[in-house]
Design a protein around this ligand. Structure first.
Ligand SMILES: Cc1cc2nc3c(=O)[nH]c(=O)nc-3n(C[C@H](O)[C@H](O)[C@H](O)COP(=O)(O)OP(=O)(O)OC[C@H]3O[C@@H](n4cnc5c(N)ncnc54)[C@H](O)[C@@H]3O)c2cc1C
Length: 378
């Protein structure tokens, strides 16, 4: 049977988009190359928190309500029932979120987390909850299935079917799947698939590493985030072949992010480095740097045994806002990617917005892929 919509990618954006499309009555097939949540969607820190650019505030609020609603209805994944607050800190007071949360002076930062050894000029406690990222992706996939969607895992899309300026479906390892509309929710790899159509999707990969410990003999009061640093790599120029040839790839940006799970394990991040794929080799620098920064903030962490490290790649658009919408000049193709460090946070709201766009043709121009094409030719 030919679906109305083929969603490619089984991360948080693909599964939520499929669920909202199916709830809206569309016939949907989702294909995932590996397993559901095998990319950053299943490997991230799992914080649902800001700061949110104004364009994403409503999506962020709708996401949170959608997570809470689905968790309540299905019991299939966990999310903090109440706001636990995330302590955003900045040694010199710069870069802190504005207009969100409760502003703190240096003394109040110490009160907010007595274990913090780093003296900060200021801080802000912003609303935050932890969601089990892999569990949430599975639950959204199940929600899509419940409304009739077909989910195929271990089914890579090799190319998109170009029918003279119109995308007619995709070639997969299980044969061609024809569809009225193809949604690319393939994270940082979206440019690779879209290139076959002669377009360059303005999304880059930003690699991150996370270090997890065994249970610590102390408890942090709340997650800590050393400002929102994800704009760092996004703001920089793209790496060129000349940079790679000369070894000018820079060192990963490191900032402390930490949360403690129910077992007392500390989940520590994170790094940001331009990702180019199989050739990335920043782990030898990123992992020790994450450990060093965590110890500077909370010295007793030095004695806690390490359990594991993991890495994954964020999809970041060239201006830091996601791409939601059709591509000018190519019918039947919709992009849903580029959510950088906030894909979990903005996921269900984004899926809902993309599904509404596909079903009703209503798109937010601020998130439309055309905004970046316009900037490029301005
Ligand atoms: C270290 C780190 C920590 C993070 N912490 C947080 C956090 O605390 N809170 C937060 O909100 N966000 C966080 N993020 C960001 C978040 O993880 C991402 O923004 C989000 O997961 C992106 O989701 P996605 O669905 O767009 O992409 P992905 O999760 O990459 O999903 C895309 C899927 O498409 C599949 N795919 C790719 N190509 C094909 C193909 N050809 N055929 C079929 N399938 C294909 C992939 O296998 C993948 O499963 C973090 C990211 C990193 C790296």
């Amino acid at each position: 049977m030919q679906p109305d919509v083929l969603v490619v990618g089984g991360g948080i954006i693909g599964t939520t988009t499929a669920a909202y499309l199916a709830r809206g009555g569309a016939s949907v097939t989702l294909v995932e190359r590996a397993e559901l949540a095998s990319g950053p969607s299943g490997r991230s820190l799992g914080l649902v928190s800001g700061p949110h650019p104004p364009e994403l505030r409503s999506i962020a609020e709708r996401s949170l309500q959608a997570y809470l609603g689905l968790a309540r209805e299905t019991g299939a994944f966990t999310i903090d029932a109440n706001d636990v607050g995330c302590l955003c800190i900045s040694p010199d007071g710069r870069g802190l979120p504005r207009g969100e949360g409760e502003a703190l002076d240096g003394d109040q930062v110490v009160e907010a987390e007595p274990l913090l050894a780093l003296r900060c000029a200021a801080g802000v406690v912003i609303p935050a909850r932890h969601v089990d990222p892999g569990g949430a992706v599975s639950a959204w996939a199940e929600e899509a299935r419940r409304h009739g969607a077909r989910i195929r895992v271990a089914c890579p899309v090799r190319s998109l079917l170009d029918d003279g300026g119109r995308v007619a479906g995709a070639a997969t390892d299980e044969g061609a799947i024809f569809a009225g509309c193809v949604v690319l929710a393939t994270g940082w790899e979206t440019p690779r698939l879209a290139a076959g159509l002669g377009i360059d999707v303005p999304v880059r990969g930003v690699r991150g590493w996370i270090v997890t410990t065994r249970p610590a003999p102390f408890r942090l009061r709340r997650p800590i985030n050393e400002v929102d640093f994800s704009a760092g790599v996004v703001a920089g120029p793209l790496l060129t072949l000349g940079d790679i040839a000369e070894g000018n790839v820079g060192t990963p940006i490191i900032a402390a992010q930490m949360r403690q799970d129910a077992a007392g394990r500390l989940v520590l991040g994170a790094s940001l480095a331009p990702a180019i794929g199989d050739g990335d080799d920043d782990g030898a620098h990123a992992v020790p740097s994450i450990c060093r920064r965590a110890i500077e903030l909370i010295p007793p962490i030095a004695e806690v045994p390490i359990a594991e490290t993991r890495t994954c790649v964020r999809p970041a658009s060239f201006d830091g806002l996601p791409l939601h919408g059709p591509v000018d000049g190519i019918d039947g193709l919709v992009l849903a990617c580029g959510h950088r460090s906030h894909g979990l946070t903005w996921g269900p709201g984004s899926g809902e917005a993309v599904a509404r766009g596909v079903l009703e043709g209503e798109w937010d121009p601020a998130l439309s892929p055309a905004r970046l094409e316009q900037k490029a030719s301005a």
